[in-house]
Write a protein that binds this ligand. Sequence first.
Ligand code: DGY
Length: 435
Amino acid sequence: KKTLQQKAEHILDSNFKTEGEFTIPCENLYPFQWFWDSGLIAIGFAHYDMQKAEKEIKTLLKAQWSNGFIPHIIFHTETDSYFPGANFHRSDLHPESNPKYKSTGMTQPPVTGFVLKEIYRISEDKGATLKFIESQIDKVYDNHRYFYENRDPQNEGLVYIYHNWESGTDNSPIWDDIWKTMNPPEYDFERRDTTHVDPEERPSKREYDHYLHIIEIAKANNYNDEKIAELSPFLVQDPLFNAMLIKSNESLIELYKLIGGHENKIKQLKKWQQKSITSFNDKLFDEELGAYVHYDLRNERALKHLSSSSFAPLFANIPDTEKAETMVKVMMEKFGNENQYLCASFDPTSERFNPKKYWRGPVWVNLNWMLYNGLKQYGFNDIAERVKTDTITIIENNGFYEYFDSRKEMHKDNKAGYGGNNFSWTAALLIDLLN
Ligand code: DGY
C-alpha cells in the first residue's frame, strides 16, 4: 500500500509534462502552466527530484516578457478544453509580450522569490542549487521591478491587481463589492470548467461576464498598465498578493547576500521592502476586524471582509507581535472553532460564506501551508500544528483535491473534496509538510 508521500509524488510526476518541462495543476480543468501553481509545485519536487523543481522554474521564467512581467497562464499546448484560451486573451497586443509563448495578459501572486529560497532550504547540494538560483534570480528581480514601476500609481509601495484572476482567490465574496459597481453585457460563450467540475463548486455565469469584461477593457488598451490603472473597474490592493511580494523581496535579499556582490539590487530591494511594509500596516490593517483587508483603489475604500488572505501577512513577517496576537485571536474565534477545519478561505460567520464554492469558503492547501509557516514564525506552535494536522487529515480522508469543505460534519463519508482531483499543489505542499 502506497504511503501518502508516495501518492503525492505519483501525482506530481503524472502532472509533469516532459514535452514542455512544466507541471499542470490538474488534468482537464487546468491543462497549462499557471504562475503561482508552478512556484508552489517546485517546492514539492525539490524534496525528491531537484531537476524537475529547477525545470519548472526555468520554464516559467522563460515565458517572462521583456518588461519583467510574468503571465498567469502560459498556454504551452493547444486545447479547447479550457475557456478562455489564448485566442481570447490576446496578450500579443502588448508590445513587450513574449513572442515565443502564448499567454494571458494578467499575472498572479509573485511567489517565485520565496520559492527559490525554499528550494535552497530543502536542497542537499546547496552549492549546485545556489548556482541554479544565480542563473535565474535576476529575472525574479526584474519581475519585482516591473511591479513597483508599473503597478503602484500613487507610489505607496503597494501594488494593484486589475483582475480577480490575478488575486488567485478567483471568486472570493470580497469581489462581490466590486461587481456591484459594474454592469457588464451578457457575453455569449461556452464555459468548459463546468463540464469537468460540478457547477455548484465553480463561479456563476454572471461572475464570468464580469471577468471577461475586465479583460475586454484591458485588450482595448493593448494591456497598457497606465491605461489599465486609469480605466479598469477592478483595481485592488490585495493583502495576499502584496504579502507574497514582500515575502519574496525578503528572500531575494537573503539569496543575493548568499551569492555575493549585487549591492545595488540589495539596496533597491531593501528600499522597496521598507516602504511596502510600512504602507501595508498603515493602510491594510483594519483595527475593527483585527486583521488585514483589501483596498479598492478604483472606488477609494477598504473592503471590510475577513478571508484567509487576511492572515497571510503572518507568512511575510508583516505584523508586529501585538497585531499578530490580535489576528490569531480573530482567526480562532471566527474560523477555528471545533466544528471547523482550519482554515476556511472566507469568514464562516458571514452570510456570503459558501463552504463548497471555490474561494467562497472551502479550505485550500496553499493558504494553509502559508498559515502554518507564518504561525510558526511567530511562535504560535500549537495552532500551527493544528493547521498542519487538519491539512494532512483532510487529504488523507478525501484525496488530493483542489479544495475541501471546512465543516467537519461534511467529512463523515469522505466526500468533502471539491474541484479538481489529483491536484498538484495539494500534493507538493503536503510533501513539504510531511518533511
Ligand atoms: C480558472 O480558470 O478558474 C483559473 O483559476 C483562472 O486562473
